[in-house]
Write a protein that binds this ligand. Structure first.
Ligand SMILES: C[C@H](N)C(=O)N[C@@H](Cc1c[nH]cn1)C(=O)O
Length: 478
């Protein structure tokens, strides 16, 4: 049931949707790829744009210096600044802090995009562009939610803070230290943290109560002093690439069983309650399989599939630096190759233990090959998993907001991806977190043709407006 207040705000959002799409177009046009150091000036420009937008709305805005990043060659590079902002400081109101990020994963037209990745393109109500769903539109939707209250001269029901960063996609470098440093200042009056950096499971809105962590590794095998002709030298040298592929093949079995000793043993067993929760979720396996575009999934029943997406670790191999990957038939033996792989983390895994397990295991497997080549294993990201209490008042408020806007109950889901800073927020600030996604289940995050639908962007903005109101009504401070 929409109150008069809801409908005024909703009408405002509907009548400003073209403006919101243009704002997204401006943000998507910035190639804020945090993994590419050559794009750092674009990322810095993106952070300036965020700060500028928040300043124009009258927020108290800061661009916080979070130091430098060490690059693999030993040089350093300034990290993008983190934007913080505050709207309202009424001690009689609750204070929420919205976290989001405006950096993106790499994207090139040649990867197979149907449209230019950095030119927002509207096709049949879907807004295609890199970062559209992950996470630029959700960040803008939160900003527009606050701006809508301001435009209608309606008092914000809670004080709203923002913390927007530019390194999420590479592990939120510098952010843990910044949160620790600002625990007793910026975070001292924050009651709750809200994150909208994930997606729904189906067409039904969702609230997310868990994310997997991620341990990201580089495994480098180095052999001859330079690349070699495979006809001239093939058969004479022990090839780094063959060593590397050999050890990568020992990480996980074809049926998805992780082979690194100690990893599976650390995983908290799935409880009957969880099993029941997964059983009750509406999820169309065939539709999911078709959307992914495969003839067969790793599991053919819903509970196993959801559990392996959300609740069990997995190994993914992402790429090999130094390997020949261009079109054509170059006959080379690469001298040095570096595999990039990651292991998603779940309770009760610990990244420090995983680092040792993986490093020891790969060295022992490599030693058995009796290769003269050199292996170096490095863990470059070690993000812990996060889990919330769905009985918390924040989730009750979330359910009420979803009902107000979508006239249905949300799914309560977990997320297989990682929001590296979620666990830090919880551990360092002691505040409760809710994840309230507005991304669609088929948004193609990190993939070709990423998009957010207009529907999700616009209705999502209304959801955030309603949520601010619901949070203000939480009666007990938990
Ligand atoms: C869930 C979020 N939108 C996301 O995609 N996060 C990234 C973060 C990450 C983890 N390791 C490296 N980056 C992800 O889950 O891949």
């Amino acid at each position: 049931e929409l109150s008069e207040l809801d409908s005024k705000l909703a009408q405002y959002v509907d009548s400003h949707q073209e403006e919101y799409v243009e704002a997204l177009r401006d943000w998507v046009a910035v190639e804020s790829d945090s993994s590419n150091v050559l794009k750092r000036s674009e990322l810095n420009r993106m952070m300036e744009m965020v700060a500028q937008k928040l300043r124009q709305m009258g927020g108290t805005v800061e661009l916080v210096d979070v130091g430098e990043q060490e690059l693999p060659d030993g040089s350093t590079l300034a990290l993008p600044k983190v934007a913080t902002a505050q709207f309202g400081s009424d001690p009689n109101k609750r204070t929420v802090c919205v976290y989001g990020h405006v950096d993106v994963q790499p994207a090139k037209l040649e990867d197979g995009w149907a449209t230019e990745p950095y030119n927002l393109t509207d096709i049949n109500g879907n807004l295609y562009g890199r970062g559209a769903s992950d996470n630029k539109a959700p960040v803008l939707a939160w900003i527009h939610a606050v701006a809508a209250y301001q435009a209608l001269s309606m008092e914000l029901p809670v004080n709203v803070k923002f913390l927007i960063e530019g390194m999420e996609e590479t592990g939120s470098n510098g952010l843990d230290a910044m949160i620790l440093a600002q625990r007793d200042t910026f975070f001292s009056d924050v009651d709750y943290i809200i994150i909208s950096d994930c997606g729904w499971l189906s067409r039904r809105p969702a609230l997310t109560y868990g994310t997997r962590g991620n341990c990201y590794f580089y495994a480098e095998v180095e052999g001859p002093k330079q690349d070699l002709h495979s006809g001239v030298y093939g058969g004479a040298v022990i090839e780094p690439m063959i060593d590397l592929i050999g050890i990568l093949d020992t990480l996980i079995s074809p049926s998805g069983k992780i082979l690194i000793p100690g990893i599976r043993e650390a995983v908290a067993p799935l409880s009957d309650e969880e099993w029941k929760m997964y059983q009750d979720i509406q999820f169309d396996m065939d539709n999911y399989r078709n959307k992914v575009g495969v003839s067969q999934l790793m599991y053919n029943n819903k509970v196993d599939l959801l559990a392996h997406l959300w609740r069990y670790p997995t190994v993914s191999i992402h790429g090999i630096e130094g390997a020949f990957s261009d079109p054509g038939t170059k006959t080379v033996i690469p001298a040095k190759v570096t595999a990039k792989f990651s292991i998603r983390q779940v309770p009760n895994m610990d990244p420090a233990a995983v680092k040792k397990q993986v490093t020891d295991y790969l060295h022992s497997v490599f030693a058995k090959r009796k290769s003269p080549n050199k292996l170096k294993v490095t863990m470059v990201i070690g993000a812990k998993p996060w889990l919330a209490d769905t009985q918390h008042a924040l989730y009750e408020a979330g359910k009420a907001a979803v009902k107000r806007v979508f006239q249905m109950d949300p799914d309560l889901i977990r997320e297989g991806g990682t929001i590296p800073v979620a666990r830090t927020f919880q551990d360092v600030t002691g505040k409760s977190i809710i994840m309230m996604p507005i991304g669609g289940f088929d948004d193609g995050l990190h993939s070709q043709n990423e998009k957010i639908s207009r529907y999700n962007y616009i209705e999502g903005t209304k959801l955030f407006i309603a949520y601010l109101n619901e949070v203000s009504q939480i009666t007990i401070q938990v």
